[in-house]
Design a protein around this ligand. Structure first.
Ligand code: FA5
Length: 342
């Protein structure tokens, strides 16, 4: 074949194949035509055997072919990429403003469904449900809970201060629902079994920590209350929520407002998760006598226990959720999995 015909036929062959090529075929065409041992290098090798007067025309034709092949392959590659990106954008489109166009059935958020289940359980155990402020003073959030101003425990919970005024009682977004303990003691007379559930705030964020999360606080004051009552109460809740096989451990810990104190961890495999390890769900202990005094209660007459659980963590355990942020991201693709939970 005439060498120039070979150049034309190489171009025709590329033109016939490129239209149907995907990413993989484009890469193959690039290597077949432009690679070191590719067709264009092969065409160049004919140059030496050509008569001197044909060399310039032939060389220029192969060079032009190389440029056309390169620019055509680049153009198709770019089209493929932007097409793929477009398809991905279409596919993953999340337009919350259009939610009314879909027939989304109204349903409970997984956190609310779990909260209601926990409230029901505690009402069944004779607890009364009560409310408490999310914006509170440092005194209720820290000082009355046996944490002096310079106590390092205040650093344990990175606090959002709303009004910080040295020498005065600053206003904070509460860092835990334990502020409720003091409100409860001041508002009521023991004996009582109380439960409070609400939002708390800390400057904290990673896969298991959120800056805003929900805690469930329990407070029981009576005569003759012991750690055994506390354990029995918590076991009853954990097994009702996660099944009789759920393994819970009480790990000795420290809270200024309880003595002795413990943190509670659930064994992930025992509740059906496909991973080893423990997830911490809360803290608890016997109410410190100083706290009773700050609440206006005589520690000689009444004792009791308190506990505080992280509701978001409990929901993560229940549904195998790996990132706490998903619970509040408002992503319908995540939330749709829980439709009909209630
Ligand atoms: C407390 O907040 C204590 N008030 C609990 C308590 C109450 C102890 C009554 C004794 C008596 P802690 O900081 O460990 O403790 O938090 C309790 C639980 O809240 C944790 O076990 C965890 O489940 C959850 N939690 C803590 N920080 C976060 C966070 N940033 N995001 C989500 N959950 C959290």
């Amino acid at each position: 074949m005439n060498p120039l015909d070979e150049v034309r036929s190489a171009w025709a062959s590329l033109a016939s194949e490129i239209n149907a090529a995907g990413e993989q075929q484009l890469a193959e065409l690039r290597s077949r035509f432009l690679g070191k041992k590719g067709e264009i290098s092969g065409l160049m090798r004919h140059l030496g055997a050509l008569p001197a007067d044909e060399k310039p025309t032939y060389g220029a034709a192969v060079q032009a072919l190389r440029q056309m092949v390169e620019s055509t392959l680049d153009r198709f590659q770019e089209q493929l990429r932007s097409g793929a990106l477009q398809a991905r954008l279409e596919n993953e489109r999340l337009d919350l403003s259009l939610s009314g166009d879909r027939s989304e059935p109204g349903t409970l958020h997984p956190l609310l469904a779990l909260r209601d289940e926990i409230l029901d359980l505690f009402v069944g155990m004779g607890f009364e449900i009560a409310d408490a402020p999310e914006i509170d003073t440092e005194w209720f959030n820290f000082s009355a809970l046996n944490m002096p101003d310079d106590h390092p425990a205040r650093d344990m919970q990175d606090t959002f201060f709303l009004e910080k005024d040295s020498g005065k009682d600053s206003v904070v977004l509460r860092t835990h629902t334990s502020n409720y303990q003091i409100h409860a003691m001041r508002d009521r007379k023991p004996p009582f079994r109380l439960l409070h559930c609400g939002q708390v705030y800390r400057c904290d964020a990673d896969a298991t920590h959120a800056p805003m999360f929900c805690q469930v606080e329990g407070l029981v004051l009576d005569q003759g209350i012991s750690f055994a009552h506390l354990k029995a109460t918590i076991y009853t809740m954990v097994r009702a929520l996660y099944g009789q096989g759920a393994i819970l451990r009480f790990r000795p810990s420290f809270f200024p407002f309880t003595e002795p104190s413990a943190e509670m961890d659930v064994d992930c495999r025992s509740v059906g998760l496909d991973r080893d390890g423990w997830m911490e769900i809360g803290g608890c202990g016997m109410v410190n006598p100083n706290v009773l005094v700050n609440g206006g209660i005589d520690p000689e007459s009444f004792q009791g226990f308190a506990f505080g659980f992280g509701l978001d963590r409990m929901a993560m355990l229940r549904h195998g959720i790996k990132d706490i942020g998903l619970l509040t991201a408002g992503d319908m693709r995540f939330l749709r999995q829980f439709t009909g939970l209630a």
